[in-house]
Design a binder for this molecule. Structure first.
Ligand SMILES: [Zn+2]
Length: 384
């Protein structure tokens, strides 16, 4: 498809007609400019206990773990109950056209286990502190706000100015705070995070998890950029341009408003709110199609929770499993949009401060691979 493709491998089960389980990962990586990197981003360099390289974490670690695990199970002649299908997509980081095609090809899947999300967090001393199981994602949406005007000579301004009108509208959008929301995933994750979070923030997490109408608690959480995405839809202006000459009245101004929508709220509802906030019929508000799709949360499946708790207990005894709603987006959205329960259950454990996915000097700890393969073996045996 275009310059890329996706790869699938089917591992046959005893009941060939049963719905398959999909094990998902992606082969593509984000761009990297070698000039900016300390080491060549496209050569895997092992140094100081890490594999450095673009994609080492996102998502080559996950892909190599699931491939190694399936090969090991094949050698050991393991037979699952139903087919297990390995699906490796080719443009997760961009248009997700291969993801769309794969989701269509495996629309009868019973379950998706995604190696590209979820993972264990290590404390500074290297001890595991929590495992995050990704069961939902915010829905992505970009809206273009555009205003046009006949313009003219800047020495003869009229009552209207395209840049000023759009700027005023953008200020109204930026000032608006969407109402707080929660679902079973954010409730569990806030309640779990509250335990290890001291002070007013931890208290607010506990209070909001217990009472979805506690807007004061939601506002305390929202004040922290790490958690603002967990309690409400957010929309922020991210780009603005307008005008064509220093001495001309602007004929056109355009702004991009980027929204991260709480799953379950339709994009149409958000658009209606944006139009209302813009409150100017001369400004058009149009959703920009970048290939993302609306998808709800995956209801927490007790079988998946139990399997993840079991592999966590053997790898990191006593460490809690917290459901996670991610602010970013993965291939899972295309499966969730079709109603297929999808869970990010990646086997990488690392320090949150060392996650440089999409950034410079991306790395993954070498020590995470062997336990990661045992992790996937446990999961596949429990769920396959
Ligand atoms: Zn990824």
């Amino acid at each position: 498809m275009g310059e890329t493709g996706y790869l699938t491998a089917r591992y046959p089960g005893r009941e060939r007609n049963a719905k398959p389980m999909v094990v998902l990962g992606h082969m593509d990586v984000v761009q990297a400019d070698p000039k900016d990197w300390t080491r060549d981003p496209f050569t895997p360099v092992v140094e100081g206990g890490y594999v450095f390289g673009r994609g080492s974490l996102d998502n080559k670690a996950g892909v190599s773990m699931v491939v190694a695990t399936l090969m090991k199970l094949k050698r050991e002649k393991w037979v699952p109950r139903h087919d297990v299908v390995l699906v490796l997509t080719g443009d997760e980081e961009t248009r997700m056209a291969t993801t769309r095609a794969a989701a269509e090809a495996f629309k009868n899947a019973a379950l998706v286990l995604n190696a590209d999300a979820g993972g264990g967090a290590l404390a500074d001393d290297g001890k595991p502190i929590a495992y995050g199981l990704q069961a939902a994602e915010k829905v992505y949406g970009d809206w273009h706000l555009t205003i046009t005007d006949p313009g003219g000579h800047s020495s003869r301004p009229g009552p209207r100015n395209a840049i000023a009108s759009l700027a005023a509208a953008i200020v109204r959008v930026a000032a608006y705070r969407f109402p707080p929301e929660q679902n079973e995933i954010t409730r569990a994750s806030l309640a779990g995070t509250a335990v290890g979070t001291p002070g007013p923030l931890g208290a607010a997490m506990k209070a909001f998890a217990a009472n979805p109408n506690d807007t004061a608690a939601a506002d305390v959480i929202s004040a922290d950029p790490r958690y603002v995405g967990q309690v409400r839809t957010t929309c922020v202006p991210t780009m603005f341009n307008g005008g064509h000459a220093p001495n001309a009245l602007p004929q056109r101004a355009m702004a991009n408003v980027n929204c991260r929508i709480f799953p379950g709220t339709p994009r149409a509802t958000i658009e209606k709110k944006l139009v209302e906030l813009v409150a100017d019929p001369t400004i058009t508000v149009a959703l920009f199609d970048n290939g993302t799709i609306e998808a709800g949360a995956s209801p927490l499946d007790p079988k998946v929770m139990a399997a993840v708790k079991a592999v966590t207990a053997s790898r990191a005894p006593g460490v809690p499993v917290l459901p996670l709603q991610e602010a970013g987006a993965t291939d899972s959205m295309h499966f969730r949009a079709r109603g297929i329960p999808s869970f990010g259950v990646g086997g990488v454990f690392m320090k949150p401060g060392e996650i440089f996915a999409h950034g410079l000097n991306e790395r993954v700890p070498v020590a995470t691979f062997d336990p990661g393969i045992a992790w996937w073996e446990g999961l596949l045996k429990a769920l396959g």
